[in-house]
Design a binder for this molecule. Structure first.
Ligand code: UDP
Length: 409
């Protein structure tokens, strides 16, 4: 395989890779795109990520480090609903073309993220005659099969089917996602590679627990942590219902991080549940926290809990483990492959308050010497460093370009 320096156009139309994390539509995918583009740029590729203008103050071009930049294009009003972005796709594609022509840009590869971008990618692929790789991050058909939260529209399901058929290659982040792509959308197994998500091991590292608590001004004995967007699929209600089952004596505090003003109705529902369960004094909703502060929260906590019904991957688990804090999670995303039972946490087989509480209790009851265990928990996720993951994605990109060049006889 010839390894060449590629000019890559990435598409992240609906969600801005530098948007505020923990907001309704900005989470793991944005982190994935930003980190990946940065690392591919360092490898010598040129990466332009195209997204919509989401805020009038957005500069058109944002430098994301060596050879990587983010380009904001006008398409529709700034604050529109995710689904409404679909109707802006023709404008987005035309504006991207004008930008590219003005700057005389040429690309070797298109890499789209999420179904809305996959559709834009399909049109650009046909115009530019270059290979198109897509990563879906979540799948509408899987969300609908779970049946929690808003139903995903037929438009999304049909568009994902179309994208599966028309793109040159798919990178899934888990084997589960690959199986779902085959099962729901008839994807060909040979068209799908599985490359997990990565974690920024430089940012996410253990901080001394006492220092971390001092930094946060926390006086609580035990901290149980949730980090993520606030939506029904994240299963926060199950975690709240688990709280009364915890053994007495731990004085645990549940700290919930994430959620913006658009998540407010869901936050209010959860606060109502706290009152019903009479646990409002033991639960704190902190709202969004900047990623560079999160290592303090992960390190201050005894355990991070991921009670989700669905995760495409579950980046928060990697971040917590990289900070040396064990994770209790449901069997979603890649978590069964990441968490070593009894060593770095637990994966519950049943998503019930009682099962979550039982595993959280096991960790709260068995505090290990902090430094030693934090370092060994961290070591368990070294393989997921972005340097390794970007290298695996680089190989997929090279193959897509090489295979595209082979003339079809
Ligand atoms: N996150 C953050 N601040 C918050 C909430 C979340 O920085 O207030 C980040 C978190 O560090 C993680 C991402 O958002 O990188 C969430 O990713 P995950 O894969 O867990 O969930 P998704 O958003 O993909 O459903």
């Amino acid at each position: 395989m010839t390894v060449r320096k590629l000019r890559i156009a990435m598409l992240s139309v609906h969600s801005c890779p530098v948007g505020t994390l923990g907001a309704k539509d900005t989470g793991g995918m944005s982190v994935h795109i930003r980190e990946l583009a940065g690392k591919l740029g360092k490898q010598g590729h040129t990466v332009d990520i195209y997204t919509r203008v989401h805020d009038p103050k957005d500069p058109q071009i944002v430098n994301l480090g060596q050879n990587a930049r983010l380009i904001h294009l006008r398409a529709g009003d700034e604050e529109i609903d995710k689904l409404a972005v679909y109707t802006c796709l023709p404008d987005f594609v035309e504006n991207l073309e004008s930008f590219r022509e003005n700057d005389s840009l040429q690309y070797d590869l298109l890499y789209s993220h999420y179904w809305i971008s996959s559709l834009a990618g399909k049109h650009l692929q046909q115009r530019w005659n270059i290979p198109h790789i897509t990563t879906f991050h979540t799948l509408g058909a899987v969300k609908n099969a779970i049946g929690i939260g808003e139903k995903e529209p037929d438009l999304r399901i049909e568009s994902e089917k179309e994208a599966v058929r028309d793109c040159q290659h798919i990178i899934a982040t888990t084997e589960k996602e690959k199986t779902s792509l085959i099962h729901y959308y008839g994807a060909s197994p040979e068209n799908i590679s599985v490359v997990p998500c990565g974690v920024n091991m430089e940012l996410f590292r253990p901080v001394d627990k006492e220092d971390a608590r001092r930094e946060l001004g926390s006086t609580d004995d035990k901290i149980i942590l949730f980090v993520g967007r606030i939506e029904p699929l994240k299963g926060i209600a199950t975690l709240l219902r688990a709280m009364p089952y915890l053994q007495d004596g731990h004085r645990p505090r549940l700290v919930i991080i994430g959620g913006d003003k658009r998540s407010q109705p869901e936050i209010e529902k959860l606060q109502g549940l706290c009152r019903e369960l009479q646990i409002e004094d033991s639960v704190t909703f902190l709202g969004m926290i900047k990623q560079d502060k999160l290592p303090y929260f992960y390190s201050a906590a005894e355990v991070c809990v991921i009670p989700s019904y669905y995760e495409s991957f579950g980046l928060v688990a990697l971040e917590s483990l990289a900070c040396g804090t064990p994770v209790v999670a449901t069997d979603v995303g890649n978590l069964k492959d990441i968490i070593q039972p009894g060593v770095t946490g637990y994966v519950v087989t049943e998503n019930t308050p009682h099962s979550l509480a039982e595993k959280i209790d096991r960790i709260l009851c068995n505090p290990q010497p902090h430094t030693e265990s934090a370092l060994s928990i961290r070591a368990s996720v070294h393989g997921f460093s972005w340097t390794n993951i970007a290298e695996a994605i680089n190989r997929e990109c090279q193959l897509a370009v090489d295979n595209y060049l082979i003339p079809v006889l």
